[in-house]
Design a binder for this molecule. Sequence first.
Ligand code: ADE
Length: 593
Amino acid sequence: MMITSLQMEPLRLSAFLCGLLFLSGVSGASSSMSFPDNPHYSVRVPEKLMPAEKFTPGIGENKEPSKSPILGYGGKMRTLCKFCDEQPTACNNSGSCWSLCDITSICPDVDEVCVTIWRKKDNNVTLDTLCHNPAERLHGLWLDDYNNSKCEMKEKKGQDSQFYMCSCSGDECNDHIFFSHDKVSKDFQVMFVILVSLVPLLVLALLVIISFYLYRVGRQRKLWDAKGKRGMASGRDFSDVHAIMLDDDHSDSSSTHANSLNHNTEPLPIELDAQVGKGRFAEVYKAKLKQGTSATGEPFQTVAIKIFSSEEYLSWKNEKDIFSDADLRHVNVLQFLTAEERKVDKQYWLITAYHPLGNLQEYLTHHVVSWGQLMMLGSSMAQGVAHLHSERTLDGRPKVPIAHRDLKSSNILVKDNLTCCLCDFGLGLRLDNTLSVDELANSGQVGTARYMAPEVLESRINLENTESFKQTDVYSMALVLWEITSRCDAVGEVKEYEPPFGKVREHPCVESMKDSVLRDRGRPEMPSSWFNHPGIQSVCGTIEECWDHDPEARLTAQCVAERFNDMEDLDKLSEHSVSQEKISEDCSVSDEK
Ligand code: ADE
């Protein structure tokens, strides 16, 4: 038997009415009846039940203790549910709506829960309210939400119509059904869960980023300090080394392309001072880099800026590309900081270390050097060229050899400790196997005529063999060695500085150099007085082997560097023996005393 109500009252009222009906023996009387006191209440008996039989205990029969229509066997409460079967509805599948079902039923089975089904087929929308035992399938589906107190609609796929279903436990809980709000809250819940689980990840990522940043800053500061100290310890201005860290930290030997371009959108804060040099392609300025502090505590670092006009872009690019190879770094190669495209001024800049003593030609013009200084200048120059030509870095890693192709005393700078560093790589050539035929073809006759090797003057350089380019550099280096020697006081009378092949013209042309070097097989003069000094004699021997007409017969730069090392060792030995002699002389004097 079932009791229905038009308007939902508290369960207790329904229970009371049902109990009343049962006691007054109406059970089984009809399938539906009205209550005269309250026209809204009616009783409905589902077909599947025989209520009178079911709820009326047989005489003498030992039935379950509860005989109430509300209380099931074992005293468990039956649920009151809306029970209208299928009826049209205006409810669409969003928000929440009421079933508008005017029949409330006591579910026949204690296990039954309330169910509402929303269906849309061919524009007919219906709601189906019913009781159902969740232990059994309904429309082939299990009720998975019957423990809910609210009827939260979920779409079920695989039906022949658009199909939503909800189930719930609680009296008439299937009257008020919820669509979109539930969906939103479900989505919200899902979002919330995702967010909550993402928070630790985000925090972790943030921590990693912060620690990495702090690590980089700390490391940079350490390097900065260490390099600053090293600079100061050697009495040199290493402000350039600070600036090299502007772009990146390239102190790792593994990096190959370093500092190639200042990628900051802002150009570096640089104030140009005096012009200190002028070459074929560019002008060089002393400048203040107003960033960081110098080793002497000034609020800027002194740097050199090589400025190329836009017409000389290719020369800038070539030099920048050569400099950008971190493996080029060497004490005897000019320290490169970074390159900039100054678009506003249509200029291209190379920013390097600044060396106040200027280039070797200027230095030799104004200074006579001692034998020791000749050794320092010559040896450091040879080491620079040997490093340039080398296929290995100092720590043994493979490196691309580079030919300078314009070695001359004005392309070599004198550092404060009277060692050389090579500069001006505008004509430099990376001798790797990626050299194109074009590059090779165009590399026939480049450089400064005065310093050109015979095979370059003749344009007969062997392009097949990259060693040829190194051999032409060695020839030019021999001329520079000659220039240094010519200004060394160990040679006897020291004449005014003159470039190799004299002041024929300020810039002799290729043709006049051909006459001297090829036709006359001429070389700069080495007067006999020079050979009175054993060291100079040895240097002269090396020079002659380096400017040999036959490129193959020339020494390598590495060999020249080793010769200088040997000479230094000999010097030290002879100094030692001289001082030993002096000691023994002194001793004999004291003995005599
Ligand atoms: N002339 C050319 N380059 C120079 C530099 N880096 N320092 C000083 N003088 C230079």
